[in-house]
Write a protein that binds this ligand. Structure first.
Ligand code: ACO
Length: 428
């Protein structure tokens, strides 16, 4: 909605730009006509002050530590909802009725199998391949199997592709794990929940019955909820940018997985647990805090700090609580949790972290839980990708359904050589 005007003076001349108002959060200055009017671009590497799109899915107030999906606070969803329900909510805008919920979970359940030929793809990877390398490749390869649903201008095709992606991701991730450990791939079991099925495909073997531990299933489902969507983060923006050219959804999600892999984004949970294990005992924490504060040392406290949250990440609060539940259910007591709690306490009392508003993020505790459940660290980011697929497809759908959607094409501040003439090789 256009509201008041923002004034900008360029070269002594005044220009007006409309200010748009969302339902929550800061107003935005609509600068779409800036270049045309002023012959200037804006410069904002890292998009620290740039809203790249309009979206009705997720709202974050980083100063207050608030995260809402379609208006519902993440704490309420994590406490009362299920991952399938949150997926429905993100895709459709409203919580489902009982019939809608049953229909949706049924549809997802019946899309969990992979085309049998997909098995061959796995054989092409080295046994020690990172699961994210496998995920990027296999998800991208899905586009070669589903020509019946890649007309992105058809809402029904988009819906089927979205369901396929959400449904097949647990199978793809579980098989990436199975391939690494050399165990047979497990087929989905339609009698289980989305999350129970994933646990069975990951930790079950064909020779034995696998019993899903309800507390672990609940914790895992909650972890999926906490990772389902997070506004215009790097991987979601990657999915949108890839999709803006009209690329098929499987290729777009594969691009999102590639972006998520990096240690500054989804790879942080793996890095955070590795860091906690390296620290080892609480007496070594001060040394690592000093390293994190030292500008000449590239070391950072992994799982700390966030581009948007300048307060406690509300997802980290739920994660910390979930650690205790999983430890109780599995009767484990990994000393790494005590190290994490102590590190958090010391960092939050340190002026460096206070002044820079650096708080634990969702990744600080998630590795501790996932490790207790039995996942190797290399699988952590793959689990994140599995859950975030819901957000990616919801955001991609929102973008493609927008009649005003255009290809994403940033500009630049060019600092290279000005035009010069080619010099033949024998003259150089
Ligand atoms: N440890 C120590 N210092 C830090 C940390 C940290 N974890 N994070 C930020 N800082 C410092 C920076 O050195 C910088 O200091 P300066 O102003 O003196 O130069 C200041 O805080 C601001 O940091 P930026 O990197 O400019 O902040 P930005 O918003 O660009 O980065 C990021 C956010 C990438 C998450 C950063 O905090 C970080 O690297 N954290 C560790 C990795 C991590 O946990 N990533 C997960 C993010 S959540 C997610 O993707 C699910």
């Amino acid at each position: 909605m256009a509201d008041k005007q923002a004034e900008l003076t360029v070269g002594g001349e005044n220009f007006d730009f409309p200010t748009l108002k969302g339902s929550c959060g800061p107003d935005v200055i609509d600068i779409r006509k800036l270049y045309g009017k002023t012959d200037r671009f804006t410069f904002d590497p890292g998009y620290k002050s740039t809203a790249s799109c309009e979206s009705a899915l997720t709202f974050i107030d980083g100063q207050e530590g608030v995260l809402l999906h379609r208006g519902y606070p993440i704490g309420q969803l994590a406490e009362n909802s299920s991952f399938m329900e949150v997926a429905y909510l993100l895709l459709n805008g409203e919580l489902p009725s009982q019939d809608e919920y049953a229909d949706f979970t049924n549809t997802i359940t019946y899309h969990t199998m992979l085309h049998d030929q997909m098995r061959q793809f796995y054989q092409g990877f080295r046994r020690d391949a990172h699961p994210m390398a496998i995920m990027c490749g296999v998800v991208g390869a899905l586009s070669s199997f589903y020509h019946d649903s890649t007309d992105i201008s058809d809402p029904e095709h988009r819906k089927i592709s979205s369901h396929r992606l959400i449904a097949k991701m647990p199978t793809i991730a579980a098989w990436a794990y199975k391939y690494a450990v050399g165990q047979p791939f497990m087929q989905p079991d339609n009698s289980l929940s989305y999350t129970g099925n994933f646990l069975r495909m990951t930790f079950g073997v064909p020779a034995e019955e696998y019993e899903v531990v309800p507390a672990v299933e609940k914790a895992m489902d909650r972890i999926f909820i906490l990772h389902a969507d997070h506004e215009q983060n790097a991987s979601t923006s990657t999915v949108r940018l890839a999709g803006s050219s009209g690329a098929n959804p499987f290729a777009c999600i594969s691009a999102g997985i590639a972006c998520l892999w990096g240690p500054a984004h989804g790879g942080a949970n793996e890095a955070a647990l590795n860091m906690l294990r390296e620290i080892g005992t609480p007496d070594r924490i001060p040394h690592y805090i000093e390293r994190a504060k030292d500008k000449n040392d590239p070391f950072r406290l992994m799982g700390f700090g966030h581009r948007v949250y300048k307060n406690y990440d509300p997802r980290a609060t739920v994660m910390q609580k979930t650690v205790r539940e999983v430890f109780d259910a599995l009767k484990v007591n990994d000393p790494v949790f005590e190290t994490a709690l102590k590190l958090e306490e010391m960092a939050l009392n340190d002026p460096y972290f206070q002044e820079k508003k650096l708080f634990p993020n969702v990744d600080f505790y998630s590795g501790v839980i996932l490790s207790a459940i039995g996942f190797p660290t290399t699988m952590f980011t793959a689990l994140f990708a599995l859950a975030r697929t819901v957000g990616w497809v919801a955001q991609w759908n929102e973008m493609i359904s927008d009649p005003g959607q255009v290809i994403g094409r940033p500009r630049q501040l060019y600092t290279g050589p000005t035009q010069r003439d080619y010099v033949p090789l024998d003259k150089r």
